[in-house]
Design a protein around this ligand. Structure first.
Ligand code: SF4
Ligand code: SF4
Length: 701
């Protein structure tokens, strides 16, 4: 075919011989890709609504930060660096790939703006980009095949391993880079004037290496190599394009859209159904997600976008203690289900209930809604909303775990999970000896106050946690806050009821509390419970602004209204455990630490997993009352992490955490060696009160 080519001035003519074939492959590749994508979009068209077309600037910002900027990738240094290099290489090579594809059918094509010096510079950059991507592929293949990072493994209970598929794709990309470089090298050597070298601008790059190797090769052979390089590039390009939507690499196509349409509001839960107001919920025939088509289109896009990197599961506390939940497989199993039920040929198969087919009930109940998976995911894939939606479906079908039936019944009848009488809600504050130390008003119409202290169920009713309530009240009193509580009129905030999937009960609790809060006339709300904080901030509407007590303390310390007595050095080492609903969900990391660091003499260390990588205590999403079918407790792991950090006092700022951590200290056999204390309790014990020394601590007892 190429025998007639004798002149270096006609390298384009080598390609011209294959023009018809290249054009055919282009059309075939594009048609196949369009068909495959149309098939993949089919379930999204049958999915539920999801309103994600608002705030385009904020969404663009997310794309710039998380997609283009690869913001989350460095959290895993080796894999992250590898991904950033590959991604940057792909971005650089994108224009080159299109140019090469067009050159096959229009040999003299030059991308506008890339002629002359700019084109030369771009060529140098792409030579290096192709080299870096190629080397990254080699490294990634060796890493996957030889070093086998644990987080990529697939436990048998979750299905088949994906290693072979991953390696196959890496090899394909490596071939693409070699083919591109071969095409360029053969063309450049052929174009060089007789007696001169081809332009070896990008020294030590893959194309450069090939150029050097081919420098003595005859023109007809160069023609053959140029042709072969082009053909291989085209086949590899379209094969990759069409193969990716069948597996984990589909994220290459979907990630940009997935990031653009990602959730903008932290801490907020999706409504039961987008576009259906609370008032019209009772007209819905079914609640939550029961079949695949009950997911929203964005949640389906999430499934397609999962890169199977395992970062979510690596950080999931439920997965860490062997519960049947691994968030990565929530996505992978749903994606496999979509592929199976929406096949490439033929129509969609009948949908089956997801629980019992791809998910188990224990798997879905195991989530603490801690948000570690979402924090880690570089694709910004959402899990909490999906898990809550699946729970809504189970609650709608009456499939509530035995251990949670009692607290739910109590919440419905008494407004708290313990089933205690409403009138007992303020007992912690009304005890005579405490009223003498710190009188707490009940805002019942006769009393008014600027600030409402929203106590919530665990602090109000758990004997141990009432100490957090008393400490909080004393701190508010110390800084001169005119505050009161709702007392019997306060019901559970419903935060965890909602995350459990009981939306109707949540709405009843929310509406009751909203009326009571409004009737109190308070202008702002303070709480020491991050779950109540999150509910009042994100789940309630039309209530005054809310602050967590750690924010109040930090502000008053800075303003000089709170001063501390020095901590008597007794060798204690403190560590701060970030509650999920204060830290990850609401980004309050510094205030509690600033408060601790303001106590003179307090020695503080950080656990390896802290701030946005904090490890859940295991208590969110009504988990305080759920009895999972495994032995190891999440809280025990957390306590061991504190011990490893060299701490013997765990400070937290959440009554849920306190219940779990104190329990875990006992289970871990660390009683006497490790203690836990709430930030409010610690602050109350060490506030320098006028004319007092250690009375505060004593009064606390
Ligand atoms: S929210 Fe927490 S417990 Fe639930 S899946 Fe994610 S990491 Fe696991
Ligand atoms: S959900 Fe995100 S973090 Fe988890 S495996 Fe998929 S891409 Fe990785």
């Amino acid at each position: 075919m190429l025998e007639g080519i004798q002149s270096a001035a006609q390298p384009a003519s080598w390609l011209a011989r294959g023009q018809a074939l290249f054009l055919f492959l282009h059309l075939l590749g594009i048609a196949c890709f369009a068909y495959i994508v149309a098939k993949r979009l089919a379930p999204l068209l049958r999915a539920q609504r999801d309103l994600r077309f608002d705030r385009p600037l904020a969404r663009l910002g997310k794309v710039l930060k998380f997609w283009l900027g690869q913001w989350k990738h460095p959290r895993y240094r080796t894999a992250g660096t590898l991904h950033i290099l590959i991604f940057a290489g792909f971005i650089l090579l994108a224009m080159r790939a299109f140019t090469v594809l067009i050159v096959g059918v229009s040999q003299n094509f030059v991308m506008p703006g890339l002629s002359g010096e700019a084109g030369h510079l771009y060529e140098v950059a792409t030579d290096y980009a192709a080299t870096v991507v190629f080397l990254c592929m080699v490294f990634a293949i060796v890493r996957r095949a030889v070093f086998k990072p644990a987080r990529y493994e697939v436990p048998a209970k979750f299905g088949k391993a994906h290693k072979a598929d991953a390696i196959f794709l890496l090899v394909l990309i490596a071939i693409l880079m070699v083919a591109d470089s071969l095409f360029e090298a053969a063309k450049a050597v052929a174009q060089a004037q007789p007696g001169q070298h081809a332009v070896f601008a990008a020294a030590l790059s893959l194309p450069w290496l090939l150029k050097v190797t081919l420098s003595a090769v005859s023109l007809p052979t160069l023609g053959g190599l140029c042709f072969t390089g082009y053909l291989l590039h085209e086949i590899a390009f379209y094969f990759l394009l069409c193969y990716r939507p069948f597996g984990i690499q589909f994220h290459v196509e979907t990630s940009l859209f997935n990031v653009y349409f990602s959730k903008l509001d932290r801490g907020k839960l999706k409504p039961v159904k987008w576009g259906v107001s609370d008032e019209h919920l009772d007209q819905m025939k079914s609640f939550g997600v029961k079949t695949f088509e009950d997911f929203t289109w964005k949640h389906m896009l999430d499934f397609y976008s999962c890169a199977d990197c395992g970062r979510c599961s690596d950080n999931c506390p439920a997965n860490a203690v062997g519960r049947p939940l691994s968030p990565r497989f929530i996505s992978i199993k749903a994606r496999d289900y979509a592929f199976q039920h929406y096949p490439m040929f033929g129509g969609a198969n009948n949908s089956q209930p997801l629980i019992g087919s791809i998910y188990s009930d224990d798997e879905i109940w195991s989530c603490t809604t801690c948000g570690a998976c979402e924090e880690e995911c570089p694709m910004l894939i959402e899990y909490i909303d999906k898990i809550v939606d699946l729970r809504r479906g189970m609650v709608d079908d009456g499939a509530v775990p035995q251990s949670l039936q009692k607290p739910l019944k109590a919440l419905s009848s008494r407004g708290n999970p313990y089933g205690k009488m409403e009138k007992k809600k303020a007992d912690w504050a009304n005890a005579k000896d405490f009223q003498q130390v710190c009188p707490v008003k009940t805002l019942d119409g006769k009393n008014a106050a600027d600030t409402l202290y929203f106590v919530d169920s665990v602090t109000a009713f758990d004997d141990r946690m009432q100490s957090i309530g008393r400490a909080t009240a004393k701190i508010l009193d110390h800084v001169g806050e005119n505050f009161g509580i709702l007392g019997a009129a306060e019901k559970d905030s419903g935060h965890d009821v909602r995350r459990f999937g009981e939306e109707t009960l949540f709405m009843a609790l929310r509406d009751h509390n909203t009326d009571a809060i409004k009737a109190s006339g308070a202008k702002r709300i303070v709480t020491a419970d991050p779950h109540a904080y999150n509910a009042l901030k994100h789940d309630y509407k039309d209530v005054p602004p809310v602050e967590h007590i750690s924010q109040v303390i930090a502000r008053e310390v800075k303003a000089g209204k709170i001063e501390f007595r020095p901590l008597e050095s007794d060798g204690d080492v403190y560590t701060y455990h970030d509650p999920c609903y204060l830290g990850r969900h609401n980004q309050i990391y510094d205030d509690p630490r600033d408060v601790l660091d303001a106590i003179p003499g307090l020695k503080r260390v950080e656990m390896t997993r802290s701030r946005d990588r904090s490890f859940c205590c295991g208590g969110g999403g009504l988990m305080l009352f759920y009895e999972p079918k495994v032995d190891q407790r999440i809280g025990v792991k957390r306590v061991q992490m504190a011990a490893e950090a060299g701490a013997n006092v765990i400070v937290t700022a959440c009554p849920f955490c306190m219940v779990n951590i104190e329990d875990a200290i006992k289970v871990a056999g660390l009683e006497g060696k490790m203690t836990a204390i709430d930030l409010a309790e610690l602050v109350d014990q060490h506030i320098a009160r006028q004319g007092t020394g250690g009375e505060a601590a004593e009064a606390q007892q």
